[in-house]
Design a protein around this ligand. Structure first.
Ligand SMILES: [Fe+2]
Ligand SMILES: [Fe+2]
Length: 494
């Protein structure tokens, strides 16, 4: 029997809130289904509901059970997800939007034009592949239940279309998850729409060719055309809705990550112009963090993006940090206590700046945690010298917290390694290894990794990756020969 790791449980109040959100969205789905029944038959909906009361109860029970599957999926698989009511609201809001759009397209264009893969694609980019497949399965069944028990299809002969709809949602949704997983740009999403048209047309032909004599070729070709339209609409609607959900729920998608790591992104542009030294340092830390995350099987794009922003707090007083100084050092005129205060405040300032700019939570956490509770050795040593040993290390230490995620721990090590290797005159592989090992050991001695579940093996991998990368970044060039070429081909040896 497989040993299942212990899942972190959520607090009772958080669970209660998530149940309230669940109930609210279940009621909203019932309201949507009721509106569908009324719109389908404005004059006879009361009669329809009266005549089909047992079907209405079945519809209610089936919808509730399907919604429970979504809720319990999180309860058992990722209880921490339930701790934030916004998460559960987002997933059920996607269900609401998908069912409404499916109804509108099915009623006013064609059943075949339903954007069946939209929910799967939205879940893929807003959550992950596993959840996208799971929720697409639930959505396919939900639409089938709605089609079966409401007056969506009252005419005979529509049974084929209902099975088509179930098959299409399930097959195309799942295919779109596999294909869409490789998509890195918003434009690439349209190609996914084109690709999933292939199984759509196959399903249409499979279902309608058997009735060719009755339907005729024109009907079959039109149905296939509407199927392709539905696939394209799935991709286009995903493109249109993703930015809305990204902003509303502050979700990080692969597209938003790309946009945030462009050097013309607001804060990065500011860093580049106002603190060029910090900007260059951040670029190298980002490279290191990306390589380490890749080696550990963590999200490397996320690590790279978070590293770009780890020092944005320095924007408040860029000239107070060595990498942005050229000659004049303001700290020569300040007391070590004040200097340490300025230096350590860049973590809190970074956190505040990132939160104020609505950047992802992880970026803000990394900015606040990347120095943990480490002492600022330079100013502590200066204070000890000035006071004759009467200085409290706490007054010269970062305020923390210590890293709470593997990505924050990686960036903590990469950040210190880059700065230390840059300032070292000896950048041989042996010395770089010695520096990085020292940095990791010091942080372990000072309990900087106690709040994140990083292992010794992972720390060794991080060390190896950083040493290999920094030996490459700061390699010594072969000395250029001291000769100068002149117009006409003459050469001087200098
Ligand atoms: Fe920093
Ligand atoms: Fe840094």
């Amino acid at each position: 029997m497989t040993v299942i790791p212990k899942v972190k449980r959520v607090r009772g109040t958080q669970l209660l809130k998530s149940v309230c959100v669940f109930t609210l969205f279940f009621l909203s789905m019932l309201l949507i289904i009721f509106a569908m029944i009324v719109i389908n038959d404005p004059d006879g909906w009361t009669q329809f509901m009266h005549d089909n009361s047992s079907r209405m109860i079945s519809l209610l029970v089936c919808t509730f059970l399907l919604y429970c599957i979504v809720y319990f999926y999180y309860y058992y698989e990722d209880a921490q997800f339930l701790a934030r009511p916004a998460n559960i609201a987002l997933i059920f809001l996607i269900f609401d939007v998908a069912v409404i759009l499916s109804f509108v397209f099915g009623k006013y264009i064609s059943i075949y034009a339903r954007p069946s893969a939209m929910l799967a694609l939205l879940c893929l980019f807003l959550f992950n592949r596993r959840q996208a497949i799971m929720f697409n399965f639930v959505y396919s069944l939900l639409m089938f239940v709605i089609d079966t028990y409401t007056n969506n299809f009252v005419e005979s002969g529509w049974l084929n279309a209902m099975y088509f709809s179930l098959m299409l949602s399930f097959v195309c949704g799942t295919f779109s998850v596999f294909v869409g997983g490789a998509v890195k740009t918003r434009g690439g999403l349209l190609l996914t729409g084109t690709f999933i048209s292939i199984p759509t047309v196959a399903i249409v032909l499979m279902l309608e060719l058997s009735d060719l004599a009755q339907l005729g070729w024109i009907q079959v070709v039109a149905s296939a055309g509407f199927g392709i339209l539905g696939c394209m609409c799935s991709a286009i609607l995903t493109l249109a809705l993703l930015p809305v959900f990204e902003v509303m729920f502050n979700r990080l998608t692969v597209f938003r990550l790309r946009e945030l790591t462009r050097t013309d992104a607001k804060l990065l542009l500011q860093l580049k112009t106002e603190a060029p030294g910090t900007f260059n340092h951040s670029l190298i830390v980002a490279q290191l963090a990306e390589a380490c995350a890749l080696a550990l099987g963590e999200n490397s794009e996320l690590a790279r993006a978070a590293a770009y922003y780890h020092d944005v707090g320095k924007l408040k007083q860029p000239d107070c940090f060595t990498e942005n100084q050229s000659g004049y050092n303001i700290h020569d005129e300040l007391t070590p206590e004040l200097s340490a205060d300025i230096i350590r405040s860049h973590t809190k300032d970074g956190y505040d700046l990132l939160v104020a700019n609505h950047l992802p939570e992880l970026f803000a956490d990394v900015a606040r945690e990347h120095h943990g509770t480490l002492p600022i050795k330079y100013f502590y040593a200066k204070a000890l010298k000035l006071t004759g040993g009467d200085a409290d290390v706490k007054d010269y230490s970062y305020l923390g917290p210590t890293p709470r995620s593997k990505i924050a721990a990686i960036i903590m090590i990469a950040d210190a390694s880059e700065a230390a290797v840059r300032s070292s005159p000896d950048r041989s592989a042996e010395n770089v290894e010695k520096i990085v090992r020292g940095i990791i050991e010091e942080r372990m001695d000072l309990d900087q990794f106690e709040n994140c579940d990083i292992t010794m093996r992972e720390l060794t991998i991080i060390k190896q990756v950083i040493v290999a990368a920094l030996s490459g970044v700061h390699h010594h060039r072969v000395e250029y020969p001291a000769i100068r070429f002149h117009r006409g081909g003459s050469v001087d040896e200098e």
